[in-house]
Design a protein around this ligand. Sequence first.
Ligand code: NDP
Length: 379
Amino acid sequence: MIEWLGISHLFELSGVEAIAGFFTPLAVFAAFFVAQFVLPARRVPGYVIDAATGEPRSYRLNGMLVFLIAIAVWWFEVGGLERDWFYRATIPAVVGGTLFSAIIATVAFFSQPQGHEKNWFLAWWHGRALEHSFFGNRVDLKMYLYVVGGTMLVLNALSGAYYHHELFGDDANPGVYVYAAFFTFYIFDYFIFERVQLYTYDLIHENLGFKLIWGGLIVYGWLYILPMWGMAVHPDPGFSPAVTNIWLGAMVVLFLFGWGISRAGNLQKYWFKRWPDRKFLGFVEQRYIEAGDRKILYSGIWGVARHFNYMGEGFLALSVALVFMHPGNLWAWTYMIFIVSLFTWRQFDDDKVCEEKYGAEKWGEYKARVKYRLFPGVF
Ligand code: NDP
């Protein structure tokens, strides 16, 4: 089965290495926690209101610094950490990381009183509390999850690319390197705009249960590189240099197009929440519907479709699938399949939640103005 799947290279660790791989996430979680705690950070007010004070919650953000240090540690192989280690140790790391995530979720679960969810498993899965923070709000669990997840996504992608380079040398597939560059750029950009993350769905709506903890740490950090599991062992497909350059160039354009839509959408919404009456970037009129003391934005990216920002992620995921230049291999499509499923479900859910928050009448008005969910004229 493993051979048929084309991933037997991920099962070649010795017994000792497999044990080390199993505990790798635990070491990573601890190192990141210490780094976030110790390193300087900027403190900013967020979007979510602290129920205890009625004021916006405050966050210490130092993701970029942690990210850059982690990349340096990986690159310089500090402490004997081999550059291909994260990739080679993926399987036991996912197993160990899942177990450690379950333990964190269980501690979070028992630290809170029972809420309205009486089913224990569902309460554990979805979580009981919206927030957990430690040491006088010095480390916020949600932001910690994304610093670990985002950085590990890049380290796993780079590690896979390094493995590929060692395996094939001159016959390596340049698409694998472009793939790693895509995610390095994506996460670097995320940390530049780390504050914008404070205005997104996970921060606003999701409780800290196993789903979010495992999703943030392991799915995001380790499993987002699923295409690499299959693709790292395939060499250059052998197209002519001209075809290769055109193909990869087109994928870079598609990636930047998707990223641009998504980044512009997120930034516009962030801008709107902070300065609703200021033109976005100085030239996009912020038009909105008033719904009590809330406002629904319907111009710019938010006037194209109700979740055109998700569509941007879809284009980006398509570029990820095609960048390997092996479109017939299902592994290349795994990220795209995940993203399309995640965002299709999420926009339905967000639509429902927003209808409750803004009221059916005003949300209905918004839906009448911006008719499509993801892509104008199609869906
Ligand atoms: P959104 O940024 O769309 O957040 C949804 C919330 O925004 C709503 O609950 C509502 O909250 C507010 N909102 C939605 N529409 C409007 C509107 N028209 N006017 C005013 N407020 C509105 O979604 P996500 O947090 O899911 O995603 C944010 C970004 O994060 C994505 O675009 C994507 O780039 C990235 N992302 C990427 C993932 C990946 O795996 N690659 C996974 C998840 C996210 P309220 O009214 O309370 O402000």
